[in-house]
Design a protein around this ligand. Structure first.
Ligand code: UD1
Ligand code: MG
Length: 447
């Protein structure tokens, strides 16, 4: 039977190896802070109460936890992982279910893995720990398992040579019923090599009471904890590889997946083709049948089916590209809606605008949307034809089916089906060039 669930997320460590002004857990992976990954994970496994534990030197973490709708607990001063969980005790007051301890610096753990840990508790264990077998067990805590029972966790610094030889190690993730967890934590001492209150000691304490503890095996790549910029890059690479594989499995074509960069929420439907070297920032949705050509950059936008973007296009927040529309090379679109079949094929900036269905925007068109103080709207009607190298000075409206002559500066609204000419009339001076050349050659020969 599924029981009530809660999560305590530890994030009070200093993260000094990041060498950063930004607290470690707020560094992003896949375009969102690592701490948010853990909060999201807790929500995805049904945690009804989530507590973020932060330290005196990372007030920003506390603020982030609060903004994200979690409870927060200050651990001051940080005296170890056991002490960190204890700091969350009052925030857990009245909660009578199973608690899982997660971390603000392990963004890759999946809901399926956490589910396995909770399931072990629900099947009768009193403490469940997520273990893994890395290539190099390094300084991880060693899991001492006998006959399928987890007897103890020994920290690397406290371990004998024999214990160090064990390859099955502690990820840090641990779950237990809340009341038992806080009771056992009350018995933990700091009598160890680090002088810290270890969360891991609750396993041995549970066993002393004759309670069952188990270790669930997880994937080493998932439990990677980020301590340095190198680890951060590794976590990013891992996230990217996983998300690309998921999208391809869902029917997205990527000709060179290793060159496509995705965000945590990139939504791409089946039969979309993504060419090489495309970057997705957060909040992008690409509908079935669209094509994103090479070297394009997209964020905060929607691309409808049949649309073709790029190569070398930039879609910024608020770009909404309609079915079969076309955004070509060196075109930047921001807060603009393109109707079905509308086209801006070359070298343009279209911002704060609406572009009607089947309108055609000539090369080099610029919406002059900003006057140094405010942003203004440009409306381009259905089937309108904007001549190349036009400056559309907003606010301005170009009617349905209207034409604007190329090189125009359009400052006034253009009625439906009209032609607007906003440029200086051309004057041809017959013979002028020949006369000029003759005069100049004469001057040169006389000097
Ligand atoms: C811990 C485990 C170890 C495990 C390893 C996995 C303990 C005693 N040891 O060791 O068995 O193999 O994680 O990475 O738990 N934190 C606080 N407050 C504190 C101390 C730590 O919030 O007072 C947080 C840190 O921000 C960090 C996490 O807890 O995210 C782990 O702390 P860390 O000191 O790195 O523990 P390890 O020595 O790596
Ligand atoms: Mg660590």
């Amino acid at each position: 039977m599924t029981q009530f669930r809660a999560a305590v997320i530890l994030a009070a460590g200093l993260g000094t190896r990041m060498k950063s002004e930004l607290p470690k857990c707020l560094h992003p992976v896949g375009g969102r802070p690592m701490l948010e990954w853990s909060i999201d994970l807790a929500r995805n496994v049904g945690a009804e109460r989530i507590v973020t534990v932060y330290g005196p030197k990372s007030q920003q973490i506390g603020a982030f936890g609060e903004q994200s709708g979690t409870l927060t607990a200050l651990q001051d001063p940080p005296l170890g992982t056991g002490h960190a969980v204890q700091s969350a005790q009052s925030a857990m007051d009245g909660f009578d279910g199973n608690v899982i301890v997660l971390y603000g610096d392990t963004p890759l753990i999946t809901a399926a893995t956490v589910e396995k840990v909770f399931t072990a508790l629900e099947a009768g264990a009193s403490v469940a720990v997520l273990g893994f077998t890395p290539d190099d067990p390094a300084a991880y805590g060693r899991l001492i398992v006998k006959d399928g029972v987890l007897e103890r966790i020994v920290e690397f610094k406290d371990a004998s040579d024999e214990e160090c030889a064990i390859g099955f190690v502690n990820s840090g993730v641990l779950a237990a019923p809340a009341s038992l967890l806080f009771e056992l934590l009350g018995e933990v001492t700091n009598d160890n090599a680090n002088g810290e209150y270890y969360l891991t000691d609750v396993v041995g304490l549970a066993r002393k009471r004759g309670l069952k503890a188990v270790a669930v095996e997880g994937d080493a790549a998932e439990v990677l904890g980020v301590n340095s910029r190198g680890d951060l890059a590794e976590a990013e690479a891992s996230f990217q590889a996983r998300r690309r594989a998921e999208l391809m499995a869902d029917g997205v074509t990527m000709t060179a997946p290793e060159t496509v960069f995705l965000a945590h929420d990139t939504a791409i439907e089946r039969d979309v083709v993504i060419e090489p070297n495309v970057v997705f920032g957060p909040d992008v949705s690409v509908k079935s049948g669209a094509r994103i050509q090479a070297f394009s950059h997209l964020e905060g936008c929607i691309v409808q089916g049949g649309a073709v973007i790029g190569p070398y296009a930039r879609l910024r927040p608020g770009a909404d590209i309609g079915e079969n529309a076309r955004i070509g090379n060196f075109v930047e679109v921001k807060k603009a809606v393109f109707g079905a079949g509308a086209k801006a094929n070359h070298l343009s900036y279209i911002g704060d605008a609406t572009v009607g269905a089947k309108a055609n925007i000539g090369a080099g068109t610029i919406t002059c949307n900003y006057d140094g103080f405010g942003k203004h709207q440009t409306h381009i009607g259905e089937g309108a034809f904007v001549g190349s190298n036009s400056s559309l000075v907003a606010p301005v409206r170009i009617g349905n089916g209207a034409y604007t002559g190329s090189g125009g500066v359009v400052t006034e609204d253009v009625p439906d089906d009209a032609l607007a000419l906003g440029r200086v009339k051309q004057v041809n001076k017959e013979g002028w060039a020949a006369r000029f050349r003759a005069a100049m050659s004469k001057r040169r020969s006389e000097s």
